[in-house]
Design a protein around this ligand. Sequence first.
Ligand SMILES: Cc1ncc(COP(=O)(O)O)c(C=O)c1O
Length: 404
Amino acid sequence: MFPATTDPAADRARYDRATAHLDAPLAIVDLAAFDANAADLVRRAGGKPVRVASKSVRCRALLERALARDGFAGVMSFTLAESLWLARSGFTDVLLAYPSVDRAGYAELASDPESASAVTVMVDDPAQLELIDAARAGGREEIRVCLELDASLRLFGGRVRVGARRSPLHSPARLAELARAVTRRPGFRLVGLMAYEGHIAGVGDAPAGRPLRAAGVRLMQSVARRELAERRAAAVRAVRAIAPELEFVNGGGTGSVQHTAAEEVVTEVAAGSGLLMPRLFDHYTSFSGRPAALFAQPVVRRPGVGVVTVLGGGYPASGPAGRDRLPVPYLPTGLRYDPQEGPGEVQTPLLGSAAGDLLIGDKVWFRHAKAGELCERFEALHLVEGDRVVATVPTYRGEGRTFL
Ligand SMILES: Cc1ncc(COP(=O)(O)O)c(C=O)c1O
C-alpha cells in the first residue's frame, strides 16, 4: 500500500507538527515529495520535455513550480476559459487538450495577439473549425491548432476497442484529410499533433492482489504500445507532408512517460498526476512516486470502541463509480471505512486499530483517488517542507476559478 520511499509514522508526525496551528479540513502538498516526483518524470522522459497537465494540478503556484524545473515545458490545459486565464497570467505555451465550443472564448482568443500566440486549441472535426470561424466575431488573429489522433486499440476488425472514446480520427489517412482542411483554411495554423493512450498511461499494470488482471493488462498494453507506435509514426509522416512546419507531437501521460518518450516521432510527453501521486497511480510496474498531496479531516466524535468519526471526507473522483474512486484514509495507518457508510457527505466513521488512539481534534490524513480534483474541494494548499508550512497558495477554486 505504501510506496517504499516513505516512512508513514514519521510523515504523519511531520504533517501534524507542520499544521498544528491550522484547523482541518485542510489540504497540504509535501514539497520534497512533489519535487522528487517531478525529477522522476523528467528522468523517465529521457530528454524530451514534459508538458504539465493542469487538470491534474489545478493550482497556479504548483504549475509554476513544475515549469521552473529543467525538463518541463508548457501546460496542457482543459478548458478554453482556463487557457485564456493562464495565458493572461503569463503562461506562454498552453495546449488545450480537449475540443472546446466556448464561443466567447474563441472571440477573445481571435482578438488578442498575446493569447493567440500562447494558446493552441484541439480539433478533430471540421465542424469545430466552422464553429471557431463563426465565433471569432471579426477577430483576425491566427488560431493555433493541434489535431488529435485516436489512440485506442481496435481488434478483430474493429469489433473490440480498448481505450478512451476521444477523437474520431483513427487512421493516418483520416488525420491527413483534416490536416489538409486546416491548412487550406485562412485564419488557422496547424502546429501540433496529439494522441493520448489512456489505456496505457492511466491503467495500472500491477493491481494489488489481482495477478490475472495484471497479466491481462500487461498483455493488452504491450500489444497497444506496438500498434500505436507504428500508427503514430505513420500519422506524423502523413501530417508533416502536409504541414512541414509542425512544431510538436504530444503523447502519453503519467503511467506511460518512458514508453511514449521513446517513440522517435514524439517530441514531448504530458504528465500531471505523477507530481501529486494520487492513489490511482500506486499500481504500476514502471514507476512509483511519493504521495505528495494529502487532505486532513478532523476527528469530531468517538461513537464507540474502535471507531472515530471525522468531518466530511466524501470526495469521490470521476470515472466509473467504484471503490477505487474513493479517497483512502492514509495516516495514521490502520483505518478503514465502515462498509455501510463509506466516506460521507458531512461525516465519515473510520474503523480499525488506530481509531483507539485518536482523540477529538486530531487530524486523519487522506489521499484522493485523483490528483487535480482534490483542489475543487479546497481553496488553498499548504506547502510543507520538513515539518513546517512554508507557504499557503490558492487552488483554482481559491482563485474563484471552477472551470469543470
Ligand atoms: C490528453 C491527455 N494527455 C495526458 C493526460 C495524462 O495526465 P496525467 O499525467 O495527469 O494522468 C491526460 C489525462 O487524462 C490527457 O487527457
